[in-house]
Unconditional design. Structure first.
Length: 262
């Protein structure tokens, strides 16, 4: 029916989990060498980031949301969205390839008797999508439920859209027969109540960051590098400082009050 292909190190970057649907389709291709000998008629990409498209060549046809397709196909667009100039080459260990077709929110597919419904969940990227499989499981992509929390450090990320997408997912889980969610990084979550709780904790991260960032800024302190997003900036520090600046700026220019009051 469907099968999780676990990436190395619990899917920690630069890898991500993949999901085989039926026999002919795979969602995302970041699971590493386990995929090297496999071939599929269709690849569905949750979004354009390198750890999700690395082995797209194992698919005969690649499908993506139109808002992310150009960054899957083009180095120039990929570089533009990161805003790092040619330093972005550090992230590239794959060949850019074409996107053969698009999907939109609400589109439905069937692969070997297994149904897949598209949920457009922007925020982590403009075209980020989740996929509902047989109305019982949702592949979450980079709404990844990790303890780090949401990541929105590229130029096409939107913190408000991201929070809205998490709220939508909570409603989708409540209204469906969903009993399993599969994030691209970390571990699956089983059981409706556990899933709702995990999504709520993830949503709370936006609010925790928002409060700290705005308090620091109000007191005249630059929030960047103060441990609000990255407790300790990883190496290469210059790149992660760039990401943190983008994330902090998104909070300073956006109101999240509707998500964070109470």
């Amino acid at each position: 029916m469907y099968k999780i292909i676990e990436a190395p190190n619990s899917g920690k970057y630069p890898f991500s989990h993949s999901l085989i649907v039926g026999k002919s389709c795979i969602i995302d291709t970041g699971a590493g060498e386990k995929l090297a000998s496999l071939r599929f008629d269709y690849v569905l990409n949750t979004h354009w980031h390198e750890d999700h498209i690395a082995m797209n060549s194992i698919g005969r046809k690649v499908l993506a949301h139109p808002l992310d397709a150009e960054a899957i196909e083009s180095y120039e667009e990929f570089r533009e969205r990161y805003g790092l100039g040619d330093m972005v080459k550090l992230f590239i260990n794959f060949e850019f390839g074409s996107v053969d077709d698009f999907f939109e929110d609400g589109d439905e597919f069937e692969f070997d008797g297994v149904s897949v419904e598209v949920l457009h969940t922007p925020g982590h990227s403009a075209g980020h999508c989740c996929f509902v499989v047989n109305d019982e499981a949702i592949f979450l992509g980079d709404i990844d439920l990790t303890s780090f929390g949401p990541w929105y450090g590229c130029l096409d990320c939107d913190v408000r859209d991201f929070a809205t997408s998490v709220k939508r997912l909570m409603k989708e889980v409540e209204s469906r027969e969903t009993h399993l969610v599969i994030p691209s990084h970390g571990n699956p979550v089983y059981g409706k109540e556990n899933i709702i709780e995990a999504l709520q904790k993830y949503l709370n991260k936006f609010c925790e960051r928002d409060k700290k960032i705005k308090e620091l800024a109000k007191s005249g302190v630059d929030p960047v590098g103060k441990g609000v997003v990255y407790r300790k900036l990883p190496e290469p520090r210059e790149i992660y400082l760039h990401f943190e600046k983008i994330m902090v700026e998104k909070h300073l220019t956006t109101s999240l009050d509707e998500f964070c009051q109470g």
